[in-house]
Design a binder for this molecule. Sequence first.
Ligand code: CO
Ligand code: CO
Length: 348
Amino acid sequence: MSSLDSEKIRLTETVQKGGCAAKLPAGQLREILKKLNIQKPINLAVGTEHMDDACVWDLENGQSLVQTLDFFTPIVDDAYDFGSIAAANAISDVYAMGGSPKIALSILAFPSQTLPIELLEPLLQGALDKIQEAGACLAGGHTIDDDTLKFGLSVTGFVRTEKAWTNSGAQAGDILILTKALGTGTLTSALKRRELNDAYLPTLLASMKQLNRAPELLLGETIHAATDITGFGLAGHALQVARASGVAFEIAISALPILPGARECLEQKILNRAHKTNWDYVQNEVCFMEQTDFSRSLVTDPQTSGGLLLSVPSARAEEIVKLLKIQFPTTAIIGKVVAGNPQIIFNS
Ligand code: CO
Ligand code: CO
């Protein structure tokens, strides 16, 4: 192909699965990681041990370096949108550690036989705009020719060592807060199948493009644990925090913020493979007071560039929600942390 007619190219039709729904099943990955003898130098404060969002390296000057990597296949049809969503999603793992992103390197696999090379410009522009909005810089990258388009970033950030957020510090009595509405998995599946009502697209895109810059809003606050909700869904990522922290979570289904159209799509059973693999991953450690197809598919819905899940001291929860709502109006208290074996209890 030589001429660029991006109106006609629908990127989601060039791939079998899109966004974070294309992750390998978490359970299988966990089993394999357990078998490896991974060394952990003393300065590596956070490594692979708890499947945290990023690694943290203590620089021994009061600062720590935060590093992460994320890439995936097209989740939306427009190249600019895809670039900015992939960037927001990759940068999010630095925010999930309480850090501020500084350097981004791009990872790009491009099918030059089937897509016009001109598409790269809007794709990279979308990513660049997000990187710069986050106060970081694009400093390099690596490209290969490949069968399917894949794009993402490795992002380096910094955090004051004592302020680093991890997924292992949730305490009984904490309140759980979620910053973005759920439903990107089912909505993007509907988009790929051309079944998405156009009215739902703007809020979907805006949510996936929004940077998770909560650390800047919560500078004076103590956050016991944090993670971002991505491919393993709310249940999978909440469970990783519960496991890493050695506590149980009680989450109210009725309190979960949901993107416009997502309930409708889930009720129409517009699901993808990740709904099933996410369920396989969590099913032995979740229980429902009242399980419905809807509640089960909502909590396993794979998110792309989803919100942050924060575990915070109960005395500060209302104030923290107020601060988060300035940038994330759908922020909600969704449950609490209780003592007990790691599991997620979903109340109605
Ligand atoms: Co993450
Ligand atoms: Co990630």
